[in-house]
Design a protein around this ligand. Sequence first.
Ligand SMILES: [Ca+2]
Ligand SMILES: [Ca+2]
Ligand SMILES: [Ca+2]
Ligand SMILES: [Ca+2]
Length: 301
Amino acid sequence: MTYGIAETSTPNLFPQGGRIAEIGTIQSINDDTTWTVPAEVNFTNDEIPFAPDLYNEYGQRYKDAETALAALDAKDAKDAKDAIEVDADGEVVTAYIFADNYFEMYINGIAVGKDPVPFTQFNANIIQFKVKKPFDIAVLAVDWEENLGTGTESNRGVSAHPGDGGVVAVFKDANDQTIAITDSTWKAQNYYISPVSDLSCLTESGTSRLSTQCTIEGTNDASVLYGVHWAIPTGWKKQGYDDSQWPAATTFSNDTVGVDNKKSYTNFTNIFDNAEQDAQFIWSTNLNLDNKILLRKTVAK
Ligand SMILES: [Ca+2]
Ligand SMILES: [Ca+2]
Ligand SMILES: [Ca+2]
Ligand SMILES: [Ca+2]
């Protein structure tokens, strides 16, 4: 557990971005642990590729998914590059993802893409990889923060308002058939709750770390807010990792996440809001106060 504002360790991961995407560290108040906030990420790790754009204010802004896919195919052909190989003899899978605010995606433990915009403006990505079914999708999702260690940002007239999260994704095979969408069949475990002003609001139920009884009101004093942290388990990205005890993902409507005014979402509603297979925004139980989430899904053979 932590109290107050973290110390900045990286002043800004993405200087051209809307809000400042800082990383910080903060000492636990009840043990010797030092936590990285909002999360330890691979944004600056060159071994992990940035996911190509569907829509990015600082990169490519495609009008629809078909145009983005055609551009990706053309670029791959020109660079003699191909989809990231999870299995060399696998089938090409195309993933479409919109994350509020940051994601890293792993397939059977192999990094296939990270979000090129850690905080704002909102963006969306397309990722291709070769894999054989069955396979495991593992996603680190981070709701970024301005007041490090407190899950808050300047918003709605106060300096420390809780930000909210949400991830939607669609996976298609080489025949353009949808093989996975984000929904309540995914697993979602929560590793960071903040802001918390009154610790008595926190509860646990089975493996669910619940902040649903806590206030989501903002404040002008982030220095009195708590953060609650859990260590990321070893091997969570790998194929066959036992997530059977993790809570199911909670689904949220487009309205709740607030994407209807964002081109990075609305240009791709034929993918994300398909009438037959409508992908849902997912997160843990609290879209506002839960900030670092691991998501997993096994795609069957
Ligand atoms: Ca992003
Ligand atoms: Ca939040
Ligand atoms: Ca957010
Ligand atoms: Ca949808």
